[in-house]
Design a protein around this ligand. Structure first.
Ligand SMILES: NC(=O)c1ccc[n+]([C@@H]2O[C@H](COP(=O)([O-])OP(=O)(O)OC[C@H]3O[C@@H](n4cnc5c(N)ncnc54)[C@H](O)[C@@H]3O)[C@@H](O)[C@H]2O)c1
Length: 464
């Protein structure tokens, strides 16, 4: 009987049906969308798979090579896997774990009553996985595949496995987080041509075992920490949602203007230097300058005039303001009486102060009686600021108040700005500012991530 393990509650581990070279055997707990596709695809790579679920219908269907869901090519691969005796199914997770080298966890993570993540399925699976590992003498790798809040793998799943296996992480078992990026409907095709493979791992040994599993479809996986891998899954999906909403807002704006939105976006996507690129995608400081704030306001104004609702575009300004406020709060939290600001323009290499976001921070600090000393490589005491200040005087009331005092805050060099200061705010990335930040014992609010490697202890950013 091909699905011999169905309903098996035997205490002894399942006998291997098929030894496949050196490939690790894999138990997959949770045979829903993710687990069923993993079962089919990993068996097609030659792994022996033991699929585990609580749902007897899914156990029976997959055990007979039938797809429990509609997904192109899934049934074909499942039936081939069952025919080759590579796929068996069971409801006994303890035995399945004891009988395999690796366990993929793809149980459901529904929304809990308070809107958070319901961990009950993960906790219950972790208990059985721990009991299965307790029966083994060989190293076992547990691969979490569920979409879960960052920290869940190490805080929720791993301690339970340690408790029920009686073994310590790294000694008897290792843990990976391997997010699932396959799109429903084309999941099988995506498995063989993944957008990326991300392996968060607690140890090299576990990462290497999982790397070997994926090597036929991706020989350059991204190896990272468990928490980064967990977060990437959420960030990816939020980004996709943001892209959909953005494109749809462009569509709603274009239609009443008689502009073809698809023509617009066809041109938009051809810019792979600034539009579809890593550019503007690293947390840093707020946007500013003479173009972005003005054009966001212009688009919002046009939409309002047309009676078109664009909540995403309209709220960019709100989001940007929240980021500026965060910088102000961090500066205030240092309780500094004098703050050195290194970088005044919205980006390096310009003396254009129009809508430079740090001006709002300076205005708030100034209004609270905090002294501000500014340095900017492109601005000196000789720089004619009159034109700039004309803009500032038409800005927020805080900016109007600070405008006349601004020229006196400008220092000729970094030393002058930092002298007698109690805290440093850095808004531009350059070597001189990095050196000043590193050599200082003052608290440094680093708005640009000055250091690519380890950040000195006195430096902290808004988003890191
Ligand atoms: N569906 C997707 O496209 C997708 C994509 C990426 C990530 N994810 C994530 O992967 C996880 C699984 O998603 P899904 O859509 O496959 O879920 P699903 O609800 O379709 O399947 C989950 C399966 O787990 C089984 N299960 C629950 N507890 C179990 C236990 N203790 N032992 C054995 N089986 C158990 C359930 O019976 C069910 O069959 C979720 O965290 C989800 O957020 C899903």
């Amino acid at each position: 009987m091909l699905n011999a393990a169905i309903n098996s509650n035997a205490a002894t581990p399942l006998a291997p049906l098929h030894i496949v070279g050196e490939k690790p055997s894999i138990s997959i707990v949770g045979l829903g969308y993710v687990g069923a596709v993993s079962t089919a695809c990993l068996s097609s790579l030659g792994h022996r798979i033991v699929g585990v679920d609580l749902d007897e219908t899914k156990i029976a269907q997959i055990g007979e090579g039938k797809a429990p869901i509609h997904e192109a090519n899934l049934e074909k691969l499942l039936s081939e896997g069952v025919d080759a005796q590579l796929i068996t199914t069971t409801n006994d997770l303890v035995d399945a774990v004891a009988d395999t080298d690796v366990t993929f966890v793809s149980v459901g993570t529904p929304t809990s009553e308070d809107g958070g993540c319901d961990y009950r399925f993960i906790e219950s699976a972790a208990r059985s996985i721990g009991e299965g590992i307790a029966l083994k003498s060989d190293f076992h790798v547990v691969v979490m595949r569920c979409s879960i809040p960052p920290g869940t793998t190490m805080r929720v799943m791993t301690p339970i496995i340690e408790e029920y296996s009686g073994k310590k992480l790294g000694d008897g078992f290792g843990v990976c987080f391997n997010p699932e990026f396959l799109r429903e409907g084309v999941a099988v095709a995506d498995f063989y041509a993944p957008p990326k493979t991300v392996i968060g791992a607690t140890c090299e040994k576990s990462a290497d075992i999982l790397k070997s599993v994926y090597s036929p479809v991706d020989d350059t996986p991204i190896i990272t920490s468990i928490e980064t891998a967990e977060m990437v899954k959420y960030v990816d999906n939020v980004w996709h949602a943001a892209k959909v909403c953005f494109a749809n807002e462009v569509g709603r704006l274009c239609k009443p203007l008689n502009v073809d939105s698809h023509d617009v976006m066809d041109v938009f996507v051809q810019d792979t230097k600034l539009n579809l690129s890593p550019y503007y995608l690293k947390p840093g400081f707020a946007y500013g300058g003479s173009c972005l704030p003005k054009e966001v306001r212009a688009v919002t104004h046009i939409a309002k005039g047309l009676g078109v609702s664009l909540p995403m575009i309209e709220n960019l300004d709100v989001s940007n303001k929240a980021h500026i406020d965060a910088a102000t709060q961090m500066a205030e939290a240092t309780q500094a009486k004098t703050v050195a600001v290194l970088g005044l323009a919205f980006k390096p290499g310009t003396d254009d102060l129009r809508e430079s976001p740090i001006l709002e921070v300076i205005a708030d600090l100034h209004a609270k009686g905090i002294k501000v000393q500014i340095h900017d490589p492109a601005i000196t005491t000789q720089t004619p600021l009159a034109g700039q200040l004309a803009y500032v005087q038409h800005g927020s009331s805080g900016l109007r108040d600070v405008a006349p005092a601004l020229p006196e805050m400008i220092c000729e060099n970094i030393e002058g700005a930092v002298q007698n200061a109690d805290a440093i705010l850095v808004t531009q990335k350059n070597k001189a500012y990095a050196t000043a930040a590193k050599e200082s014992t003052l608290p440094v609010i680093d708005l640009v991530r000055l250091f690519d490697g380890e950040t000195p202890e006195n430096c902290t950013g808004i988003g890191w």
